[in-house]
Ligand binder design. Structure first.
Ligand SMILES: [Zn+2]
Length: 212
């Protein structure tokens, strides 16, 4: 990206690059679409050369805006669970709660994040054989805080879960993930589906506040 900036000036050292206007632009989009969610936002120490202080500064601005307006937030976190906990603990959060998508943290952190308002989403990726440890962690998520996702086009599930088989994950694979999750949590599929619908409504369809 470095040398090709034509009209856009980036904040020096921002990684990945962002313009000084990024926050006003985000606020403007949310003014136009007051029921939209915010995300994915979050912290990622798995990426190449992560600049965590820079990520934290941006994340906190996004989180504050979402909290102010009580918007649904989808949080991405890789290898930064301690910093995420601190950020959430010490700052206002949306009243409706927030989603930690494709949760890859520890079992011990589940009640900690749940107390702060977290929902946890499980993707078909966790159905791969090598992910059995994380599946055990996921079983500790209370059912009223669980959601299911594909994370398409990423996180390709194993072949047997692919309702629409291919090399790229398809959003319609959600069907296979529901069937798999019903087996994993050992509850009938209609009951699981009803629970997921209720959780979805609490998190994503709660009323937001008018922008001030
Ligand atoms: Zn993500």
């Amino acid at each position: 990206m470095g040398g090709s900036s034509r009209a856009l000036d980036f904040i020096p050292g921002s990684s990945p690059p962002r313009t000084p206007q990024w926050f006003d632009a985000l606020r403007g989009f949310l003014d136009e679409h007051p029921h939209a969610g915010v995300g994915e936002i979050g912290l990622d120490r798995w990426m190449e050369n992560p600049n965590l202080p820079d990520q934290e500064a941006v994340f906190l601005q996004q989180l504050e805006l979402a909290a102010e307006r009580n918007l649904a937030v989808s949080i991405h976190c890789l290898k930064a669970w301690g910093p995420l906990e601190n950020a959430l603990k010490n700052n206002p959060r949306p009243e409706r709660g927030f989603l930690v998508h494709s949760y890859g943290g520890s079992a011990e952190m589940i009640p900690v994040f749940a107390k702060l308002g977290a929902y946890f989403s499980f993707s078909g990726y966790f159905a791969h054989d090598r992910k059995s440890a994380q599946r055990e962690v996921f079983k500790k998520v209370p059912l009223d805080r669980l959601l299911l996702e594909t994370d398409a086009p990423d996180m390709l599930p194993p072949r047997e879960l692919q309702t629409f088989p291919g090399e790229i994950n398809d959003p319609r694979n959600i069907q296979g993930i529901y069937e798999y999750a019903a087996g994993l949590w050992n509850i009938p599929l209609p009951q699981l589906a009803a629970r997921m619908e209720a959780n979805f409504k609490s998190l994503f369809l709660a009323p937001s506040k008018a922008s001030g």
